[in-house]
Design a protein around this ligand. Structure first.
Ligand SMILES: Cc1ncc(C[n+]2csc(CCOP(=O)(O)OP(=O)(O)O)c2C)c(N)n1
Length: 328
């Protein structure tokens, strides 16, 4: 098969810009609300990694399922889970996407192809592999995608799943978001290989290193992987090199990395990179970008208003939508 690369059109690039900005503004608001004590529990923010979720999900349909991690807000928004339902979930309201039973680390919506996120590091990898096995056996033409951090690539489940997927030519894409730290552990002390994508060779599958801060590069690499998967040519390991611009979760003093490193990565902010490119290519004007900013702010305001005005779950709901064997 000759692989073709689909370069995103100006309008596709505009859509991806808006989505990345929505994820960023949504999470900035979450952080603010969290610090004010309005939303409970903890948050793992995706700030800086938006190009990965958006570039990948832009290549998928509602029937192509993704698995996600403890850092799932970006994946959820990119896959089409409504910001209202995510915010309501963070507020633990009954209108939340998991009816207040999941919280930040479990957001998702099966209707748009996102299994509620799994906070066990590496936990989504074998599940996506199983979904891909089902897709293949049913002859659906669908593709499964698993997002995970580089820390998960050192879990046993990663190796077992990739070997099986490759053996059986399963239509699955493993998206490793290498943000250089697994909580406070730098990649240099956890990996002997330079690129995690090299591990694809060990299982006889395609592997590719991608600039994870360049949404167009992520989009194009995913397009090639989706094409291979749908053609029955098996799985791909995409390693997206990126950077988490904020702490791992709440109260992370960030003592394990330098301010200089943070400043270097800030220059390669994925949203600014795309804005600069759109302006340089004449696809947008400053006024268009300001308009998108206003639209995104409206969506976030609306999500917060919806969440705040939604009802708390009734006590009986504790027993609903869970498996007891009997409908309550
Ligand atoms: C099996 C398992 N071990 C440990 C943890 C605790 N934990 C939560 S996030 C995290 C770091 C994960 O790093 P990585 O996979 O690189 O993802 P990132 O946080 O960088 O997005 C750890 C160790 C967990 N949730 N699950």
């Amino acid at each position: 098969m000759t692989e073709s690369t689909h370069h995103p059109s100006a309008s596709e690039q505009g859509v991806m810009y808006k989505q990345m900005l929505l994820i960023r503004r949504f999470e900035e608001r979450c952080n603010y609300l969290y610090i004010r004590g309005e939303i409970p529990s903890t948050l793992h923010l995706y700030v800086g990694q938006e190009a990965v979720a958006v570039g990948v999900c832009q290549q998928l349909g509602d029937d192509d399922y993704i698995t996600s991690t403890h850092r799932p807000h970006g994946h959820a928004i990119a896959k089409g889970v409504s910001p209202r339902s995510i915010m309501a979930e963070l507020y633990a309201k009954s209108t939340g996407c998991c009816k207040a039973k999941g919280g930040s680390m479990h957001v998702g919506n099966m209707d748009v192809g996102m299994l509620p996120a799994i906070a066990i590091v590496g936990g989504g990898i074998p599940i996506a592999t199983g979904m891909a096995l089902a897709y293949k056996r049913l002859g659906t033409g669908r593709v499964a995608v698993s997002f995970f951090g580089e820390g998960a690539a050192n879990e046993g489940a990663f190796h077992e799943a990739l070997n099986m997927a490759s053996l059986w030519d399963l239509p699955v894409i493993y998206v490793c978001e290498n943000n250089l730290y697994a909580a406070s552990t730098p990649v240099a002390v956890a990996f002997k290989v330079k690129d995690i994508a090299e591990r694809a060779a060990a299982y006889g599958m395609s592997g590719e290193v991608v600039d994870g801060n360049d949404v167009l590069a992520v989009f194009e690499a995913t397009g090639r992987a989706v094409e291979r998967a749908r053609a029955g040519l098996g799985p791909t390991l995409l390693e997206c090199k990126t950077y988490r611009q904020v702490g791992h979760s709440r109260s992370d003093p960030l003592t394990y990395r330098t301010k200089e490193e943070e400043a270097e990565w800030a220059k390669r902010d994925p949203i600014i990179l795309l804005a600069d490119r759109l302006l340089a290519d004449g696809h947008v004007t400053e006024a268009t970008l300001e308009e998108i900013e206003r639209e995104v702010t409206d969506v976030v305001d609306d999500a917060v208003a919806f969440a705040k005005s939604s009802p708390d779950p009734e006590p009986i709901e504790t027993l609903q939508h869970v498996f007891f064997g009997e409908e309550v």
